[in-house]
Write a protein that binds this ligand. Structure first.
Ligand SMILES: *[C@@H]1O[C@H](CO)[C@@H](O)[C@H](O)[C@H]1NC(C)=O
Ligand SMILES: *[C@@H]1O[C@H](CO)[C@@H](O)[C@H](O)[C@H]1NC(C)=O
Length: 235
């Protein structure tokens, strides 16, 4: 016999599935109706190519003298939204010995959802504008480079972010509490940097391995406790 509660449960499940679908559809719709035209993305890759130092010439396939719809979609590391359209969906340049600073030319690839530049020799700061330029990023992987400076608190502007890997750099300063606003964040790794200060409470029940080997970092989930500064006693 089908009882009332199970019908209720089915209704509820159907409703949640519908909400999930609508959120997903809105994201796709917002990206595909972006004013960013393909010329922007070609310009993006051209400038990025000029900005990156590529001593082993891994990016030899990045040639801008050709034309035709979707010619950049054959470049190493590039996936397009559609193969006849040069709109970049993801960029993955991993372990290619690339040098230089963070390539700011990427700001013109506004529909990008995944940015992987791990295991290179990139230096300098992570730009605080990154998530203003690329608001639809779901994955940011800048791990195993030589980035310095702070983790920009403005990364919370990447509202769709699921994965943020910044481990294996030389980042300093505190973990910004603003990152707790990243509601979809599932993976966060800042291990092997030079971060310091107390862990934001939000991360206290996350696995410790994502935070290890930062000499100045303290508080749960790390075993190192933050030393309290005792008020001086005046006699
Ligand atoms: C790429 O950049 C170079 C150097 O700035 C420029 O001369 C060339 O016109 C650009 N090509 C395209 C297709 O944008
Ligand atoms: C941490 O605890 C909060 C609140 O109880 C919970 O919503 C969240 O899923 C937990 N996060 C992890 C990574 O376990």
């Amino acid at each position: 016999m089908l009882r009332q509660p199970s019908i209720e449960a089915m209704r509820k499940f159907g409703y949640l599935g519908l909400v999930g679908f609508i959120v997903f559809f809105q994201l796709i719709h917002r990206i595909s109706s972006q004013p960013a035209v393909k010329e922007d993305d070609i310009r993006c890759l051209n400038i990025t190519h000029n900005q990156l130092k590529d001593p082993q010439d891994y990016l030899y396939s990045w040639k801008f003298d050709s034309s035709g719809h979707g010619f950049t979609c054959n470049f190493l590391g590039i996936t397009c939204w559609h193969n006849d359209d040069d709109k970049v969906l993801s960029l993955s340049l991993q372990g290619l010995g690339l040098q230089g600073g963070f390539p700011s030319g990427l700001k013109y690839c506004g529909s990008m959802t995944s940015l992987v530049l791990s295991q290179n020799s990139l230096t300098g700061n992570i730009p605080k504008e990154l998530c203003h330029w690329l608001p639809y990023l779901v994955i940011i992987d800048l791990s195993h480079n030589q980035f310095t400076g702070p983790i920009p608190s403005q990364l919370y502007n990447c509202r769709y972010l699921n994965v943020l890997r910044l481990n294996g750099n030389q980042l300093t300063g505190k973990i910004p509490w603003q990152l707790a606003q990243l509601q979809r964040l599932k993976e966060f790794n800042v291990a092997n940097n030079r971060l310091s200060g107390p862990m934001p409470a939000y991360f206290s029940n996350w696995t410790a391995s994502g935070f290890q080997n930062n000499p100045g970092l303290c508080g749960p989930p790390l075993t190192k406790t933050c030393s309290k500064i005792l008020p001086s006693i005046s006699l």
